[in-house]
Design a binder for this molecule. Structure first.
Ligand SMILES: [Zn+2]
Length: 247
């Protein structure tokens, strides 16, 4: 009598999101030779969501090929997520935290720019371009697309659970322990750091009311948009404060 070989995968409780109401202990038939990365991703969990992998006390990397009747434990990241140390699963992030958002989370990109985080976003970027830029510039990919995070090139990423941009910001705050880097120092349209500019130099661009009430101005050297601390500024500040940021 022959039994189909199988492995048992035990996911920690943080993975319930991916399994809905199903059990976190999964029996997986070993029908072909596949890496643990491929097997876990076939179950719907992208590799970027994995903190560590163990077979007994042995720490595994993603290329490990499971053997029949292995029992593998899958643990979530320790929060706040810190990519500054090399692990068995990914290299270390060599620079301070910066992001790249895919087309579905553009509103989150604007909120992150308000907080001073270098955040790339272009609605026209294709998945392979996002993966390439993320790898080249060591950016953390933020997306709601599980398929994108399965790409090998992407070492650092986070799958947003909510569809609401404010809730997404709260997720990022909790997961990365995010503190504002600066407030309103980055262009919301194109991500370029803003520069102070004398009022006289932007005068022709201003509405009469703005000319009258405001003295401090910044401008974007890239797209030339002018910023001043008007009512929109206060509104945005309030929004970030409501999301738990001290500004
Ligand atoms: Zn700009």
């Amino acid at each position: 009598m022959s039994t189909t070989p199988f492995i048992v995968l035990c996911f920690s409780k943080e993975y319930q999101y991916f399994f809905k109401h199903q059990e976190l202990e999964v029996t997986y038939p070993l029908q072909r030779k596949a890496s643990i990365k491929d097997i876990i991703e076939a179950l719907g969990v992208p590799h970027t969501e994995i903190g560590s992998l163990y077979r007994g006390t042995q720490k595994l990397n993603f290329s490990y090929i499971p053997e029949a009747f292995d029992k593998i434990n899958i643990f979530y990241h320790t929060l706040p997520l810190d990519f500054s140390q090399k692990t068995k699963l990914r290299p270390k992030l060599e620079k301070e935290l910066s992001f790249i958002c895919d087309v579905n989370v553009g509103k989150l990109a604007v909120l992150l720019r308000m907080l001073g985080f270098d955040t790339l976003f272009a609605a026209r970027l294709r998945d392979e371009q996002i993966a390439h830029l993320a790898s080249l510039e060591q950016r953390v990919v933020l997306t709601k697309d599980i398929g994108l995070l399965k790409r090998k090139q992407i070492h650092f990423g986070y799958l947003l659970r909510s569809s609401n941009p404010d809730e997404q910001l709260q997720e990022i705050k909790r997961v990365f322990g995010l503190k504002p880097r600066s407030f309103f120092q980055r262009c919301l349209l194109c991500n370029t750091p803003l520069k102070p500019v004398a009022k006289k130099d932007v005068l022709p661009l201003l509405e009469p009311r703005t000319k009258k009430y405001f003295q401090e101005f910044h401008f974007c050297p890239q797209c030339k948009k002018v910023y001043w601390p008007g009512s929109h500024f206060e509104k945005m500040k309030k929004r970030l404060q409501l999301n738990g940021f001290k500004i």
